[in-house]
Design a protein around this ligand. Structure first.
Ligand SMILES: Nc1ncnc2c1ncn2[C@@H]1O[C@H](COP(=O)(O)OP(=O)(O)OP(=O)(O)O)[C@@H](O)[C@H]1O
Ligand SMILES: [Mg+2]
Length: 236
């Protein structure tokens, strides 16, 4: 099982947000997509989720063509997308938000991830099951957004800037949890991040986007060691 993205090109009107983007990711791997504001990172995830239609190129996961079909078929195909900005339903409690994730799972007969498994991963959610999502801290809300995505038992998880606005210690914790998920659940993850160093440290593969182009891609350790990546994105 592999994710194969090939020559993906996306226009937003006259703006070319992605230009011939290609990369592959094997099952159980974590791929970090890094790059400056406006580089095309969110556009890439939204295209893989079927929310944005590409001008040309292809993207397949498990023999599924990601670019055909409707976004609502995603979950059925084993894909979960956590969008930028801690997407939870503010008026609902932690428990209710988690339940929604289970409703969206692919196949009712197939065992879903239980709420208790999510609480094992994020103990802080367990202490707050009846608390409304809009009263959670930023970090807790991000944990809930990821927890809800995991309830559908995905095979491919698309994460858009999970570290956004979080304190360094919380970021560290969330990154470690994401890393552990690839091992414990065999999950394949695409992690979009401004926090390039944090993301590359836990990733297998890295893709650097610059104005919609793949500037550099390769194994995460090789990117960390690359003087150009260090100067432009890692700040040392
Ligand atoms: N719906 C849209 N209509 C027009 N332009 C868009 C649209 N969505 C994105 N863009 C433009 O496409 C480019 C890439 O945007 P994108 O959101 O993918 O960047 P990003 O790498 O996620 O940036 P950030 O780190 O700030 O989240 C930007 O120039 C943006 O203004
Ligand atoms: Mg973005």
């Amino acid at each position: 099982m592999t994710l194969t993205v090939s020559q993906l090109t996306v226009h937003h009107g006259a703006i070319r947000a992605l230009n011939e983007v290609s990369f592959t990711l094997a099952k159980g791997e974590l791929g970090a997509i890094i790059g400056a504001n406006g580089a095309g990172k969110t556009t890439l995830l939204r295209t893989l989720s079927g929310l944005v239609k590409p001008t040309h190129g292809s993207a397949t996961w498990n023999a599924h063509n990601l670019l055909k079909g409707k976004p609502e078929h995603l979950v059925r195909n084993g894909i979960s997308h956590v969008s930028e900005g801690k997407a939870v339903i503010p008026e609902l409690t932690v428990a209710e938000n988690l339940e929604l994730g289970a409703i969206w799972r692919r196949n009712k007969k197939e065992s879903s991830v239980s709420q208790s498994e999510i609480i094992e991963i994020f103990p802080r959610l367990g202490e707050r099951l009846s608390q409304r999502a809009d009263t959670l801290s930023g970090g807790e809300r991000q944990m809930l957004a990821i927890g809800r995505a995991l309830m559908s038992k995905p095979e491919l998880l698309l994460l858009d800037e999970p570290s956004l606005g979080l304190a360094p210690l919380v970021v560290e914790q969330i990154f470690q949890t994401i890393r552990n998920l690839t091992t414990s659940m065999g999950l394949t993850v695409i992690l979009v991040e401004q926090n390039a160093m944090g993301a590359l440290k836990i990733a297998n593969t890295g893709v650097v986007l610059n104005l919609g182009n793949v500037a550099i891609s390769g194994s995460a350790p090789s990117l960390i060691a690359d003087p150009l990546v260090r100067a432009a994105y890692l700040g040392y």
